[in-house]
Design a protein around this ligand. Sequence first.
Ligand code: UDX
Length: 442
Amino acid sequence: MAATKKTRSKKHKICVVGAGHVGLVAAACFAELGHKVICEDASKQRITDLKKLKMPFFEPELEALVKKNVKKGHLTFSYSLDNAVKKSDVIFLAVGTPPLADGSADLTSVENVARTIAFNLNSYKIIVEKSTVPVQTGQKIKETINRYRHGSVEFDIASNPEFLREGKAVYDFFYPDRIVIGTESKRAAIILKDIYAGLKAPIIVTNINTAELIKHASNSFLAAKISFINAVSRVCDLAGADVDMVASAMGMDKRIGKSFLNAGIGYGGFCFPKDLEAFHYIASKLGYDFGLLKEVKRINDEQQLYFVEKVKERLWVLKDKHIAILGLAFKADTDDMRFAPSEGIVRYFLEQGAIVTAYDPQAMNEAKQLFGKGTLRYAKNAYEAVKDAECACFLTEWDEFRGLDFKKIKKRMRFPLVADGRNMFNRDQMQRLGFEYLRIGG
Ligand code: UDX
């Protein structure tokens, strides 16, 4: 995929710390823009695999982009952070910031990397936060580098939050709605703008705190939108209204917009749940009780329970019932199961003594790691999963499922009950095919 603007930028020497969903995509895309990129990760295994062009996770378009840029010499991999830092002018931090028990973000990796950068500060460098971090983290990074650096080599801190969706990350990198650059330094702003000069997107330059907040506020707002429509779906069920029609008509109002109004079993993934909690935590720490965010989480958690209760109501007793799970990833086009709504749903059915067989087009390995052997049964495809099932639960909106032969599905099931956790199918069509069809919100 090519960038969209012809403007030539200078080739910059970039280091991306962390070869995860954010870091590896950013590294490959910066390389595609013509920059010289070192992608560093603390895992020797991950780097060894990447040097052999073996991807650590599934992300459409990424493998081709990595291969192309490694071949061109634009992208290399390293597990020596010291060397990678010394050789680079701009260092993007894309390390994990996982949630702690109290909801705050664990910034241990960020602090470790900041210290290593300080020890290896051999020339002017810009240190850029790409991972989602709480507001005021930039200030802490600056203090850390000042504390540990030798001499007085100059550096600047910036925040350049990513808005990449898993499954669409490469597209989102090249066609962003906006690029946010938070920095107090003119010199850093000029360089960072130049790094993105190949892209056609508005660039917003702010101070660091504002940029950090833009990320948390954006993700929390999107999560709130999903919880709002999920709450509406509950009222729709009670009132006999159709949530999809409500969402579609609401979305035609440009002030509301159509996206992120799909009701279902709720949001998951590594970003929304953790960012929402971290935003609530940091707001409280600063002195504001952002209660709305707690409510967004409560509604989201309830959706899974609501879904399993619908199934239980139809099947009465779940013990020894055969249940097929179609879709495990937290959304389509990824193999990621982190905080996937499917996990809680599967565990509930298993606890109730049901015999659960699962299939996902990409996330089977992740599921095997999560649930282990002897609990879940794993099927090779959707048809195998539904054999003798008394209920088929669709939990991820894969296109593959939309193209299934439902006559064949029905023949293989013991009882033709479909529970659609993503409102993927048309009620009338499913009923015409002879299914009993459960969905969320009418
Ligand atoms: C999100 C943000 O969109 C991205 O900008 C950020 O940088 C990283 O976090 P991602 O986690 O990859 O991206 O997934 P996204 O497409 O945003 O979906 C998040 C969750 O919400 C998924 O579980 C999805 O199924 C769910 N969702 C989304 C809904 O339930 N309804 C919707 O209408 C939209």
